[in-house]
Design a protein around this ligand. Structure first.
Ligand code: NAD
Length: 250
């Protein structure tokens, strides 16, 4: 069954070839969705969209920290595509800093992309979703929010990702009467470009020792969760944070 047949989904930060956003875009396309990839660079976004299964996918430049850009891209997309059903706020950055190393500009950068971007993109699309009385918003948080730190993110990353959890729940509460759902995904240790090659074999093993399932996650593991939350399979799920971490918090 194609879970997103006749649906249109926007995914931010999905141009990175081995990233979680691209894997989510690919699975959504396999499930019949028309996918819009938004990322910083137009040609990379277009190349990523062209790489998806099926036809009709679009790649556009959009810096999610730029409110005007978010509003104008969404306006244009609604004009060309008609109804938009799903928004995945996946764009995110991290910086491996310790508490006392965080300079004001580090704090701004990490909070801006992760947290401000999630708000701006959602605000741009919510009036449209309200009109249609339907929509699913999926926000990418992290195990770092729940554990107060991860392997790669600093405290500002934990703060931004924890902020996303609060924002998601508040959005879910406010938007539920309008027929719009909002949920967050908390990925654990996932093999992507961020994680590849940055750990010694010993460090990697010690991370894996803390994961009951004994393996790192894959981008496809996260995509599967995003598909569930985007589709009507999760029609009665809102305001939830779904852990995709191999049991790391058990
Ligand atoms: P990635 O770096 O591969 O992809 C992030 C993408 O976001 C890139 O394509 C980048 O160009 C884009 N981006 C950055 N700033 C942007 C902006 N201002 N506007 C638009 N796009 C922007 O990262 P990933 O590993 O695929 O992570 C995706 C999401 O999942 C992030 O929010 C990340 O914090 C989160 N996450 C990742 C892991 C992991 O293990 N990889 C774990 C937990 C959470």
């Amino acid at each position: 069954t194609q879970l997103l047949a006749n649906k249109t989904a926007i995914i931010t930060g999905a141009a990175s070839p081995r990233g979680l956003g691209k894997a989510t875009a690919t699975l959504f396309a396999e499930h019949g969705a028309r996918v819009v990839i938004l990322d910083l660079d137009a040609s990379q976004a277009q190349a990523a969209a062209a790489d998806l299964p099926g036809t009709g996918h679009i790649g556009c430049a959009c810096d999610v920290t730029d409110r005007t850009a978010c509003l104008s891209v969404i306006k244009e997309l609604i004009g060309t595509l008609g109804q938009i059903d799903v928004l995945v706020n996946n764009a995110g950055i991290t910086q491996p800093l310790k508490l006392m190393e965080i300079a004001p500009e580090n704090y701004d950068a990490v909070l801006d992309v992760n947290l401000r971007g999630t708000l701006y993109m959602s605000q741009a699309l919510i009036p449209h979703m309200r009109e249609h009385a339907r929509g699913s918003i999926v926000n990418m948080s992290s195990v770092s929010a729940q554990r107060g730190g991860g392997i790669f993110g600093g405290p500002h990353y934990s703060a931004a990702k924890a902020g996303i959890l609060g924002l998601t729940k508040a959005m879910a509460r406010e938007l539920a009467p309008a027929g719009i759902r909002a949920n967050a995904i908390c990925p654990g240790f996932i093999d992507t470009d961020i994680t590849a090659g940055k750990l010694t074999p010993e460090m990697r093993q010690s991370v894996l020792d803390g994961i009951p399932m004994g393996r790192a996650g894959t981008a496809a593991d996260v995509a599967g969760c995003a598909l569930f939350l985007a589709s009507d399979l999760s029609a009665y799920v809102t305001g939830s944070e779904v852990d995709v971490n191999g049991g790391s918090l058990i």
